[in-house]
Design a protein around this ligand. Sequence first.
Ligand code: SF4
Length: 547
Amino acid sequence: MSPVAVILDGYVDEPACLGVPPYVSPYIRTVAGVMISHGYTVQYLTIDQLRLDPLRTAELNRADLLVMIAGVTVPGKYLGGTPATLTEIQQIGLMVRGPKKLIGGPIGFGYAAGGGQKAIRQVISGYDALLNGEPAIALENYLGGNDPSGALDYTRTDPWSVAGSTIITQHPDYPYVMCELETARGCAHGATGGCSFCTEPFYGQPKYRSIAAVAAEVAALHAHGARHYRVGRQPDILAYGAGAGEYPAPRPDLLDKLFSSIRTAAPDLKTLHIDNTNPATLARHEDAGREALRAIIRHHTSGDVAAFGMETADPAVIAANNLKAQPDEVFRAIEIVNEVGGMRRDNVPELLPGLNFVCGLAGETGQTYDLNEQFLVRVRDAGLSVRRVNIRQVMPFEGTPVYTNNTLGKHEQRFKAFKEFVRNTIDLPMLQRVFPIGTVLRDVRVEVTGDLSFGRQLGSYPILVGLPLRLPRNTITDAVVVDWGMRSITALPVPVEINSLPASAIRWLPGVGKKKVAAVMAKRPFAGLEAYRKVAGNSAVDGLMKF
Ligand code: SF4
């Protein structure tokens, strides 16, 4: 019988890598590949599965090898899972007795319980070794009797990513898994030290993965049933394959080839999205940037988001933290993405920008927040769309300048007021702009069930959809927008079953509300649209009703 190895996924979230469900990080797949190449039967378990059923610790005890992957360097709020805490990681290390126990991933950079707190490098007790550097390479070295460490080398990891692609079939969300695809590691801006808070420069200058290697991995994932992909494991998708320099010009030809190769390798894919996009690349290379965006849009799926790390609109903070883009550059980049990606397909914009703000950086003052607010109002009043505005407090990591020079704790009230301002003044009009009433979102997957169920499309920063109905988890439904929250929308399944929906759902229909819901319920069943309209009037949702 072959030896058994277990991968315990504690989830990762880094500036350029997401591995919180439904996302599966590349680390999981390459580590699985190493295990398979050493003859192990590989099992996959998530920290959430273990929390739900602690008796599964017995499975870990029976294994010959346990590798835990964990670490969050850019903390967020997650619907699909909760990353492993340091206490859990250590408890697992102490409780599991049978196998050799290794731990890897960004946890090696340090740990903090949340944003606004310093991430301290930890001695993680209970494990035989910390996989230093690239987990798959460190594991390979460990299994070969060498030091459990090693830097990323695509010539070594590419075959493992193909061999390990089978692991996705064990994911609890399978087949609704989003495969985070890696195309590059390291940041060109790191040449001048990088942004003060960012851990990506730890990986050095950019290394690009070959198109053939990405396509081979996608083909293997597709053969195992993967239908959702995000090209998200890189700091700037527009810089793929670009030349030297801190802000290299995009290569639209390479991007076209990369994305068309993914399409060819995964002919049945349903989602192909992107993530990080450096606004400075777009602002400094407008023509090449436009062509690069067009190349992506030719092959991706709509509803895509180019996430801009703006961080602040305060030039003094930009200077103090060596940030990459000035506010006017970010504004220009927002204009360009709106111009090239603002058209709709499958009811939603092809590609919109997202904006990330980081607070607590060196040099921040009360005025920083005024400037941030003014910038967002300028974007809103210019009629531009932004898919999301993400605001977080910095989590300083040892080895980054912000670790010793930051303003955490100095502007707490202003930080809270800024968040509140954005929720009320920016998020709502943006949602109304991007998802007007009557917009049908395709293939929303219910992730949380209840009287109010919550679901999302699979994608890069999908909007949270509240469905005022009890729907089983993993229900896939088209859903029509009927109202907006601050950071979510309310929607009803399509077709709208007007004669059978409960009153708690009917009241959300445009033109019905609390006032008319009793009248609508009393007149059911309706024979057709005319009869319904006599009670509730016309609305953008009428055409989607089933009688
Ligand atoms: S540009 Fe700045 S934030 Fe982006 S990856 Fe490089 S160092 Fe990190």
